[in-house]
Design a protein around this ligand. Structure first.
Ligand code: PEP
Length: 230
């Protein structure tokens, strides 16, 4: 059971230290946070297990604004998120660039959470499985890779997939790639237990609700309880 907090473009180093001072991870669940790049060091020094929100495929080079896996490892970062829908929507990420980022990160020794998920109109057109097949089929089969199923219409909207919808999508993803699958999309303390109780939901990728130490801790507790039930 892995609960990951994606802080997006929130929390500089001072706010990161404040979060760490107020947050206690429960036993029985693995907890990681993904702060902005400038706050990675503060998070690591505060004792958190830390992922980056993105990683480039080259080791170094003329790629303004990008960060390599080697640089993240030097800092003590454990892994990286790749392919978040906000990267795909606003920054031109494609299935191909997501796969390149994932492959390079894994080869360098980072863990990876690779995000996939359909748009609302794709779900309405009955294309969810086709989209997931396209996005998952390019990902490397690696023991340090986890997939995050994040229906785009559920991210930051307060609309969560029903536990049945999540379970169905997770089971489908696992027919394509037999790796743990986290659910992401408006996970909150109120809905976490039900989602995490689904047999193929192996954890959560949490955006907004991971910014508050108490609400993130409550979601982590729900993960620990679900893991204890097996
Ligand atoms: C995310 O950023 O991956 C996410 C799922 O956001 P939220 O929990 O705010 O919907």
């Amino acid at each position: 059971m892995l609960i990951a907090g994606n802080w997006k473009m929130f929390k500089g180093p001072a706010a990161t230290r404040e979060f760490a001072a107020a947050f206690t991870a429960p036993a029985g669940v693995e907890v990681v946070v993904a702060p902005p790049f400038v706050s990675l060091a503060a998070a690591i020094e505060s004792g958190l297990t830390v992922f980056a929100q993105n990683v480039h495929w080259a080791q170094e080079g003329a790629f303004t604004g990008e960060i390599s896996a080697a640089m993240l490892l030097e800092l003590g970062v454990a892994g990286a998120i790749v392919g978040h829908s906000e990267r795909r929507q606003y920054f031109g990420e494609t299935d191909e660039t997501v796969a390149r980022r994932a492959e390079a990160a894994l080869a360098a020794g980072l863990r990876v959470i690779a995000c996939v998920g359909e748009l609302e109109e794709e779900r309405e057109r009955g294309e969810t499985e086709a989209v997931l097949r396209r996005q998952v089929s390019v990902l490397p089969d690696d023991e340090r890779l986890a997939v995050a199923y994040e229906p785009v219409w559920a991210i930051g909207t307060g609309r969560t997939a029903t536990p049945e919808m999540a379970q169905e999508a997770h089971a489908f993803v696992k027919t394509l790639l037999d790796r743990p699958v986290l659910y992401g999309g408006s996970v909150k303390p109120e809905n976490a237990a039900e989602l995490l109780a689904q047999p193929d939901v192996d954890g959560a990728l949490v955006g907004g609700a991971s910014l508050d130490p108490a609400s993130f801790a409550a979601i982590c507790e729900a993960g620990a309880a679900a893991a204890a039930r097996g």
